[in-house]
Design a protein around this ligand. Structure first.
Ligand SMILES: [Zn+2]
Ligand SMILES: [Zn+2]
Length: 358
């Protein structure tokens, strides 16, 4: 059966997410995304999953006919091309570096979609694909920090559930997502890292390398290094080794980058950018400070270039899998928070003891 094109269809915008495109089409037809999609695909629970992440080709062909956009172009509005470059095509589990929405029935349990209030200030605006990427902290156009929740109630952003026919209002409390004042400051270092990673994702053939890493290998390497940084003790030791400014935050147990909120990702990427800044010397400086071994990386992806450096680390004991910190432990971290003087004294004592052992 030939499907009729939607009468009031809207145009797919640059870098627009498929979900955003469908939402705007629904609104253009004066109805909610739920009713709109249910009319064309009765009984198909399209909003009960992350349709940007896992749209199937057959369904995209049907949307293509209705929306007047070729299936190939429509496919580029999904996150599937990103997932291929980021090295994960499995339909299950999280994709490296892609923010997890954690869909649970009609809701999203995690803050998986960011937005730029300035970009949304125009009523014709749309949600961008790059807002789903964990390493994207700033709007490339406006240079301001992205937000990952409603500024009024803190809910995750779920545009298809907005109470109005305007996706720029919080589905939970109806507050404006646009017209929000955000800090104007941004870290130049992190903005540079973001640019470089985005280039490696969007235009890999002309993108710069970081050390020996480029394209998919670059994403595999930084994801493995981020796994190391989400371990409290490693984070604290490496941060200390590079004399980064004080922060009260430390990763909590089992923190995963794809689940982290904006401020947490900022701190993780800030440290990552320094750790890889002078590859491989900076990597070894951090690894030494945190007592990392080959064992630390055993379950992590090791693209070429990272593997060689890991092989230069000490093997690590296979019997005792837990890393026993020689300098940084919970006691030292506690002292760092409550008594700086005692912290420095104990730290110096341990470093000296280590130096004498060598
Ligand atoms: Zn913007
Ligand atoms: Zn809200």
């Amino acid at each position: 059966m030939k499907l009729e094109e939607w009468p009031f269809r809207v145009e797919l915008q640059p870098d627009e997410l498929l979900s955003s495109f469908l939402i705007r089409n629904a609104h253009a037809h004066g109805t909610t995304p739920y009713l709109f999609m249910n009319y064309f695909w009765p009984g198909r629970a399209l909003w009960d999953r992350d349709c940007d992440r896992s749209a199937d080709w057959e369904w995209l062909c049907e949307v293509s006919e209705l929306a007047g956009v070729s299936t190939e172009v429509l496919a580029t509005s999904t996150l599937i091309p990103f997932r291929q470059s980021l090295g994960s095509t499995s339909l299950y589990g999280d994709t490296s570096l892609l923010l997890s929405a954690s869909v649970y029935h009609r809701t999203r349990r995690r803050h998986g979609l960011q937005f730029c209030p300035e970009c949304l200030s125009n009523h014709l605006s749309w949600f961008r694909r790059i807002w789903r990427l964990g390493f994207v902290l700033y709007c490339p156009e406006h240079g301001i920090p992205l937000m990952d929740c409603c500024p009024a109630c803190g809910s995750p952003v779920i545009p298809h559930r907005s109470l109005r026919l305007d996706a720029r209002y919080c589905h939970q409390c109806d507050s404006c997502l646009h017209n929000t004042m955000t800090e104007n400051s941004c870290s130049e270092r992190l903005l540079d890292l973001q640019k470089l990673l985005l280039n490696n994702l969007l235009t890999p053939s002309t993108a710069e390398h970081i050390g020996p890493f480029h394209g998919t290998a670059l994403f595999a390497a930084i994801r493995s290094l981020l796994s190391v940084l989400t371990v409290r003790i490693s984070y604290a030791a490496i941060r200390d080794a590079f004399n980064l400014p004080e922060t009260a935050w430390l990763p909590h147990d089992r923190l995963q980058f794809e689940h982290a909120r904006w401020p947490e990702r900022f701190l993780l990427l800030e440290l990552l950018s320094v750790w890889i800044s002078d590859w491989p010397a900076s990597f070894h400086l951090g690894a030494e400070a945190a007592g990392l071994s080959q064992k630390t990386f055993a379950r992590l992806r090791q693209p070429k270039g990272l593997r060689e450096e890991i092989q230069r680390l000490k093997p690590g004991s296979s019997r005792n899998r837990r890393y026993e910190p020689k300098v940084f432990d919970e006691e030292l971290l506690r002292l760092k928070r409550v008594d700086r003087k005692a912290y420095r004294k104990l730290r110096a004592k341990r470093l000296l003891a280590l130096a004498l052992l060598k």
